[in-house]
Design a protein around this ligand. Sequence first.
Ligand code: PLP
Ligand code: COI
Length: 342
Amino acid sequence: MEKKNIDWANLGFAYRTTEARYVANYKDGEWSEGEITDNANIVLNECAGILQYCQEVFEGMKAYTTVDGRIVCFRPDLNATRMEDSARRMEMPPFPAERFLDAIDQVVKANAAYVPPYGTGASLYIRPYMFASSPVIGVKPAQEYQFRVFVTPVGPYFKDGVKPLTICVSDFDRAAPRGTGHIKAGLNYAMSLHAHVVAHQNGFDENMFLDSATRTYVEETGGANFLFVDKEGNIVIPKSDSILPSITRRSLTVVAAEILGLNVIERPVRLDELSDFAECGVCGTAAVICPVGKVVDHGKEICFPSGMEKMGPVIQKLYDTLTGIQMGTVEGPEGWIRTIVE
Ligand code: PLP
Ligand code: COI
């Protein structure tokens, strides 16, 4: 298979159309067989549930080329079950996990020419999603849905790659205590866009959202979870029911405890204790692990000792081990890597 002629090393995090995507439809209480199509466009009724009441959930994952030339995916079973959970919370029919995995395999295989080669730093971003496709005008769940998966080759999520970020404490809230912050629904992202634009206008890379009930505890950014390293070298993970249970963060927890022998503490993290930490990072499929150099809370700067030039030593170790597992240079726990093309 010949790769596409793409400048892999200079890719940003942007959408480009590839040749194949997967589509299945839910109608009369069941999912259709599903197929690969070359049509990137969707025609919908003007009153479709997604357009009126935002009934949509999605996932984000990546395929990589390993050092020995395989195309693999990292823990897609967890994306499959998280999407089932998201769908149930949004009163949508879950797309069965087994079929989700098969759809990912089919789309990645069909787009193998777009999977960036090993060593380029790029990967193939995979976006499974489903939405209400039939008309609804009274506020209620739709009757029909569509599940799709497309892929797009991507580089780093943040424009300066893994240079430390400057993050501001947002004046806006992302998720309510008993709301939808813990699922991957497009509506969570729609409501974060204003905060995102304001943060960028003010020269920040990202927002730090706080718990909306008390605005005391650290939650997450618009697209990644936080992790901290304390001055004793322990990993500290913010605990909250209104943040997305990041698969990257859950994996890093295992890497830290079982491979690197670090102590991992999951607990609520107060904004006013940030200055006690040695390192801070954000993690997610798109972000991988990106160091945070500085958090700005309404003019008050909290600068982490790891500085603004490079990753701190603990976050660097986590980054090297996680990306090593994904690229096949480090042995990971059993079942973490799904080989799609040998
Ligand atoms: N938090 C939010 C709000 C996200 O959108 C994402 C991205 O998926 C994450 C965290 C990281 O989750 P994961 O590691 O599963 O990609
Ligand atoms: C991901 O990390 O996969 C996400 O979905 C985050 C998104 C903001 C790009």
